[in-house]
Design a protein around this ligand. Sequence first.
Ligand code: NAD
Ligand code: MN
Length: 352
Amino acid sequence: MREYKIAAIPGDGIGQEVIPAGVEVLEALQRKSGGFQLHIETFPWGSEFYQQTGSYIPLGGLGALRNFQAIYFGSVGHPTVPDHISLWGLRLAICQGFDQYANVRPTRVLPGITSPLRGVEPDSFDWVIIRENSEGEYSGHGGRAHTGHPEEIATETAIFTRAGVTRIMHYAFEVAQSRPRKLLTVITKSNAQRHGLVLWDEIAAEVARDYPDVTVDKMLVDAATTRMVLKPQSLDTMVATNLHADILTDLAAALAGSMGIAPTANINPPGKFPSMFEPIHGSAFDIMGKGIANPIGSFWTAVMMLEHLGEIDGAWRLMQAIEKVTASTVRTPDLGGTSTTAEVTAAVIDAL
Ligand code: NAD
Ligand code: MN
């Protein structure tokens, strides 16, 4: 029996609804599949925990997480805590603490789902966006001075290092190489951002020499948004900076039908630290507590986690079950249906 220790952190808002749903589905999957056993421990870290204790992660908390093989994360963000406090307190503390420098976001229109794009059928595009997840515009470097005075100043410095750009390029080329089309689109804004992103372009060209079978294609980020909308089939694997890919992946999720479907992985490629898997959506204040959050994103996230653990057969079975349900009429309101989180969860367990 292959055994894995998984840390579940539902966090805030609908994270507290979709992660328990995902845990239920994973438990059903292991009963059906046999062969592997997940030991899932749930941590109560989130904004309520922060309001009670003064921190998102208790002293020694990151150390405790290191003993797990993967982290299954919901969302952090609460109406009563400023977003930059909650995000840096929990999610970014884990991503940066565990050097999860590659953020991987697959996008595809699942069976039964309607893309807002005209003429786009399920499976008519299949993308993987690789987001640099450790530096760039989200390095946290900067400061404020003269607070409250007319001459107040704030700086937010983007940091691009040769080491950081080189490692994400290698990761992106490897993903592109592993896919049938072997096509990598390198997205920057190196016309206007003339230092960091020129370095990014130079390193992309250097790393490309190690992957002669991968076709490289370059785009500016603003043009990339129009290409995603107008010619989605022309793209396959993409790599972009922390900020640019953050925005592009939300666009990708919407083009694939709903924010409630898309999954993501925060990978520490050397495997020195656990990697973290999460749906791309946030706490969704407008629907939290109503029992109607779409759990498909957290299920697809579980598929990515199983793939990372090497449970390829289990991952495949779960994806089949998800697609069977998206093709049916059991769907939450964000997809135009009337089903609840619990009903979609039960349908996926049934399909398994
Ligand atoms: P959001 O993803 O929470 O919501 C955007 C819209 O998408 C909302 O209308 C919401 O109802 C809808 N939506 C999202 N997930 C859904 C689902 N599973 N089912 C149905 N509808 C869904 O983004 P936001 O409003 O920008 O952020 C709200 C809070 O979440 C903020 O505090 C933000 O900082 C936080 N956030 C956290 C993360 C994270 O922890 N990774 C990511 C994004 C936002
Ligand atoms: Mn985002």
